[in-house]
Design a protein around this ligand. Structure first.
Ligand code: HEC
Ligand code: HEC
Length: 289
């Protein structure tokens, strides 16, 4: 028997082990700690037996419960697909107007449309549909090609100035570049157009001549009153909402180069339900027509 020895400084018993005069104090682990430790060993063994645990050569120990996270996910996916299937079928059959007036279809279409918008449309139209120079704002009730559900659906399906046979088409002539108008006429009509929205005009411009040039060259597409024409995608020039920027320079530039923006056709890229959902979603954004 090793004789019990009490350390003078701490008053604690030593274990009797000593190295070069250093003595080991005997401070046992607290009870609560030990019991927690033993309990966790018992729990670990229990867990190995019940749950998937050890890797084996070709497989793994699956545990008595046969629990599988993968199986749970598969079940959830299957349940979601059932749900989608039903609503998807209902959406396929319903007209755009029906979707809008049926609360549960509308809710599904809005969620679906919003997600698809983020994936496909936001790069050009902005994440909230706010647009940018050359990319129309879809949040206002100003529509180039018409803002009814069917107009929007049609625009989405076949695009604008694409190769598709049903695409929306109509370019503005390059009045300046192709010398349809001379420099004075361009200046005058640009200022006349600017004046329709109350923008600053060129002091040298003859607005009366501008109006004449407008009536002769522009009214056929933009309308006598400048309110635009959705059939040819000609914007309203009198509402101070601008696709290409609201100042005299931007207007002069557009009259010089004409042309028109291109929006892709989606009919071959997105499924019919998604396209309907998008039409309903976009219509809701802008206060459609
Ligand atoms: C590659 C860029 C691009 C992408 C992507 C794109 N658009 Fe467009 N979109 C345009 C441009 C440019 C126009 C305007 C064309 C013009 O000048 O007439 C336009 C016009 C529209 C219009 C007509 C607006 C009006 O005032 O009549 C709608 C509606 C529209 N886009 C919706 C969408 C939706 C929904 C998506 C996603 C499925 C989408 N766009 C994706 C570029 C894009
Ligand atoms: C053949 C039809 C056509 C004629 C004629 C025409 N335009 Fe346009 N104009 C358009 C179209 C289409 C657009 C939209 C282009 C686009 O979407 O990219 C446009 C766009 C514009 C814009 C840009 C509007 C904006 O919101 O930024 C201005 C400005 C404009 N036209 C002025 C004129 C003037 C001035 C004339 C006459 C000298 C004229 N246009 C004649 C079809 C026409």
């Amino acid at each position: 028997m090793v004789k019990k020895e009490i350390d003078e400084i701490t008053g604690t018993e030593t274990t009797g082990h000593e190295w070069d005069g250093l003595k080991e104090l005997n401070t046992p682990l607290p009870r609560w700690w030990l019991w927690t430790f033993y309990a966790s060993i018992v729990w670990a063994v229990f867990y190995w037996v019940m749950m998937p645990s050890w890797p084996l050569i070709n497989d793994y120990a699956r545990g008595i419960r046969g629990h599988s996270q993968r199986a749970i996910v598969m079940q959830e996916v299957a349940a979601l697909q059932d749900l989608r299937g039903e609503t998807g079928q209902a959406l396929t059959d319903a007209s755009l107007q029906d979707i809008q007036s049926t609360p549960n279809l509308l809710e599904f279409a809005m969620a679906n449309g919003k997600a698809a918008f983020g994936d496909n449309c936001a790069p050009c139209h902005g994440s909230g549909g706010g647009g940018a120079i050359g990319y129309p704002n879809l949040n206002d009730d100003d529509w180039l090609w018409g803002g009814t559900l069917d107009d929007i659906h049609q625009t989405l399906l076949y695009g604008i100035r694409t190769d598709n046979d049903d695409a929306r088409i109509g370019d503005m002539p390059a009045f300046g570049r192709d010398e349809i108008l001379d420099a004075d006429q361009v200046r005058d009509v640009a200022s006349y157009v600017a004046s329709l929205s109350g923008l600053e005009t060129d002091p040298a411009a003859d607005l009366a001549n501008g109006e004449t040039v407008y009536v002769d060259n522009c009214a056929v597409c933009h309308g006598d009153d400048g309110k635009g024409m959705a059939e040819v995608g000609a914007p309203n020039l009198a509402d101070n909402i601008w696709l290409y920027g609201g100042d005299l320079n931007a207007i002069v530039h557009r009259i010089q180069i004409g042309g028109g923006g291109v929006m892709p056709a989606w009919v071959d890229r997105l499924d019919p339900v998604t396209l309907k959902s998008l039409a309903v979603y976009v219509h809701s954004l802008g206060g459609g027509e």
